[in-house]
Design a protein around this ligand. Structure first.
Ligand code: GLN
Ligand code: ZN
Length: 748
């Protein structure tokens, strides 16, 4: 065995890649548009990497992850590494174009499916493994990035996604993907030899799937796989990285093998719960890689000092992919709030500080530790964090947090109040975000138009959308959401307790980035947030206009949340603010209010044992948000998916009068699932798929409705597309909705 690497002391598990100013996004989109060639794109990427390496060197990080850079997604990179791209892209000669075809599709090629990366807001591409997949190793990207880093003098630690995680997250046809593990292990062994030959001292193999519930047989596979990989004689030292939660007994399995290091997420478990790590490096993820809060360094030091291991390195809990680059880019945050925060660059500095304190004693960084203590004190004592009024209201709510009348009785009252035909037609809320809307928003931001002019233009958009819906003959109208940049940020900007950033971009998938708001204090509503827009829309028509709100769970799911109180408490506070809005909408004469919760399933904890608790508080938050209105006011909700799994009982628990769901692609099977769970409320299974520009025919929609009627009685069935229309073009939207209304008439 020739594994002789010495341990390191300070690292991060991975790096963001879009660039602090989203340079890679711009370059990639230019490449797609044909305005930049491949060499130009590679140059932008290389420059971004070099800058990161310089910053890490300057920060004193002594082992640097290499290969976490990606042109689109790390799971797609791993599929390329293992020769597992789907056959349908094989005909594309150019490797980069083949890669992007797998990611985004072409006119004739379907892209890989995309889904959430564990419980983060990052989305990965799901590798497809078929009977005809013949795995083979293609390490060129990783080896090139390794050579580049070594040439720059970087203490490089090449990173790959491990075989267990890769297979568990892949979609396999013909048997469980893990059955193919035997084929992958030799490739990983070969990869280890190549990395050693290229000069790598350490390599990091990411196995985040080890923090999910694995069966005993799977845990045994973890042990045998890493026993076999560590038996390879010519290889770098192996660090197996677990993150996003507690590894549980998979950690014991790893510790039995000959690997040289394990990374553990200490934000998810206490030092005392980590078994003794003999003869291995323990990479202690004490700096949270997923939130934006400054680390309590005293506490982190105590944690790291408390672990039992032959060597310890300080690290972030996971890749820095999930936080913005640097606080330095923010100019709009108040000094207090700013002092509580740590984005990527600040987290790297924290890692370094902790490593120094460990090596040379806390005295050596006394001044820095004092600064941190002062910041944490100022945070704890800030009045914005504890609003007695909010607390008092929550305490006093009790039984008022549910609707008192059973749904069936409410239905009768609402029918009298609303006068809707059977099979009422509606949409999910947004209409196409036209370039006029985007231009108006940009002009307002740049100060070229004032607020009054902006309102005038948005009202014009609303008037058009109302006129269109009247012309098409829809039954329940919407205002179209033109004024919303984003369904979460729009509310966060108007709620006390939330801050928004200027440059806090985080990759959501591919070239798509989001700027999650930061929830830092107790939440309250300064003033009505949507009432003017909705009332204006309602003033233009006699048909009911739905008020549109985002639900508390979704607002939290797409924000950085507080770490100083349970998420359940934050959810209740947001719910209270949304409840106030529903009450004001009702008072303004709005008879139907939709509270969207597309993220209800997203936030579901990874471990089964943690799920009931989550579902309990999330359902309670929704009910709190929606129970302030009269029985005659109809509450709708929208969920963006149809595979309900563990959340099916929760959907009934929401007690929404009408639930719209995605169903067009799953052919109404969802209704059987809902029936099986005893769901007996109103339901609008999407009758066509808005994720494609195709216009569905009247016949198709009629057929979808008829099949829905086999599962759901007509008095509970609604007719709607399966999601909002904001990403679609105006022409196809009009044609599709016309056909939808015609189909509803035909079936009636
Ligand atoms: N009301 C929102 C819209 O129509 C819902 C979007 C969503 O759930 N993702 O855009
Ligand atoms: Zn949706």
């Amino acid at each position: 065995m020739t594994v002789t690497s010495s341990p390191f002391t300070a690292t991060v598990l991975g790096l963001p890649r879009v660039g602090p100013r989203r340079e890679l996004k711009r370059a990639t989109e230019s490449y797609w548009a044909g305005r930049l060639d491949a060499a130009g794109l590679h140059d932008v990427a290389a420059a971004l990497r070099r800058r990161q390496y310089d910053e890490l060197a300057a920060a004193g990080i002594d082992s640097v992850p290499v290969g976490t850079f990606s042109y689109y997604d790390q799971m797609l990179d791993t599929a390329v590494l293992l020769g597992a791209l789907p056959p349908r892209v094989a005909g594309i000669e150019d490797p980069l174009d083949r890669y992007f075809a797998a990611a985004r599709g072409t006119d004739t090629i379907e892209p890989l499916e995309m889904t959430k990366w564990f419980d983060t807001n990052y989305h990965y591409l799901v590798p497809e493994i078929g009977a005809d997949t013949v795995f083979s190793l293609h390490a060129d990207k990783l080896l090139a990035e390794l050579a580049e880093a070594i040439a720059l003098g970087v203490p490089a630690r090449p990173v790959v996604i491990g075989p267990i995680t890769f297979l568990k997250l892949a979609k396999a046809t013909g048997g469980a993907a893990l059955n193919r593990l035997d084929e992958l292990v030799p490739l990983y062994r070969e990869l280890l030899r190549q990395l050693a030959a290229a000069g790598a001292q350490w390599t990091q193999i990411d196995e985040p799937v080890l923090v999910t519930d694995l069966s005993a047989a799977e845990i045994e596979l973890v042990r045998s796989t890493y026993a076999e990989l560590s038996a390879e004689s010519e290889r770098p030292a192996i660090l197996v990285a677990t993150y996003f939660g507690r590894p549980g007994s998979t950690l014991d399995a790893l510790l039995e093998t000959g690997i040289e290091g394990v990374a553990v997420d200490f934000t998810a478990m206490a030092a005392a719960d980590v078994p003794a790590v003999d003869n291995k490096l323990l990479v202690a993820g004490v700096v949270d890689g997923r939130n934006v809060w400054r680390t309590d360094l005293d506490q982190a030091l105590a944690t790291v000092s408390g672990v039992r291991a032959s060597a310890v390195a300080v690290s972030t809990s996971c890749s820095l992919l999930h936080v913005p680059y640097t606080l330095a880019a923010e100019t709009g945050l108040d000094d207090q709030l700013r002092s509580w925060l740590a984005f990527g660059a600040e987290k790297i500095a924290e890692v370094r500080l902790l490593a120094t304190a460990l090596r040379s004693g806390p005295e050596s960084v006394a001044a820095e530790l004092a600064t941190v203590r002062a910041a944490l004190d100022s945070r704890r004592n800030d009045p914005r964090l504890a609003d007695p009024q909010v607390q008092a209201r929550l305490g006093a709510l009790g039984a008022d947090a549910d609707r008192r009348t059973p749904a069936a009785e409410r239905r009768a009252g609402q029918a009298e109040h609303l006068h809707l035909p059977v099979l009422p037609t509606t949409t999910i809320g947004s209409y196409p975000q036209t370039s006029a809307i985007r231009l108006a928003r940009a002009a307002l931001r740049k100060g070229e138009i004032d607020q009054a002019e902006y309102v005038r233009r948005m009202r014009a958009e609303i008037a058009e959308v109302i006129a269109l819906q009247e012309k098409l003959g829809l039954d329940v109208l919407v205002h179209g959401e033109p004024e919303r940049n984003d369904m979460v940020q729009y509310f966060a900007e108007q709620l006390d307790g939330f801050a928004t950033t200027e440059s806090g971009w985080v990759q959501s998938y591919g070239t798509r980035c989001v700027r999650p708001p930061i929830l830092y204090g107790d939440v309250s509503r300064r003033a009505p947030m949507t009432v003017d827009w909705i009332s204006y829309a309602q003033s233009l028509t006699d048909k009911p206009v739905k008020g549109m709100l985002t639900g508390p769970v979704t607002i939290l799911a797409w924000s950085f949340v507080r770490d100083d109180q349970p998420l359940a408490d934050s959810a209740a506070q947001v719910a209270l603010a949304i409840r106030d809005e529903t009450v004001d909408l009702e008072a303004a004469g709005i008879r139907i209010i939709q509270v969207d919760e597309p993220a209800l399933r997203e936030l579901l904890p990874l471990r089964t044992a943690d799920q009931p608790g989550y579902l309990d508080w999330s359902v309670r938050a929704f009910r709190l948000a929606t129970s302030g209105v009269a029985d005659t006011t109809q509450i709708h909700t929208h969920l963006c998916y149809s595979e309900f799994g563990e959340v099916i009982d929760a959907i009934a628990g929401l007690d929404a009068d009408v639930t719209s769901i995605e169903a067009a692609r799953s052919h109404m099977e969802v209704l059987d699932d809902l029936n099986a769970a005893g769901f007996d409320l109103g339901v609008g299974p999407g009758v066509y798929d808005i994720h494609s520009p195709r216009v569905p025919s009247v016949d198709e929609i009629t057929a979808a409705l008829r099949s829905a009627l086999k599962a759901v009685p007509a008095e509970r069935l609604w007719v709607n597309p399966d999601c909002g229309l904001k990403t679609r073009g105006a022409v196809e939207v009009e044609a599709s909705l016309r056909n939808m209304v015609a189909a509803a008439h035909a079936v009636r």
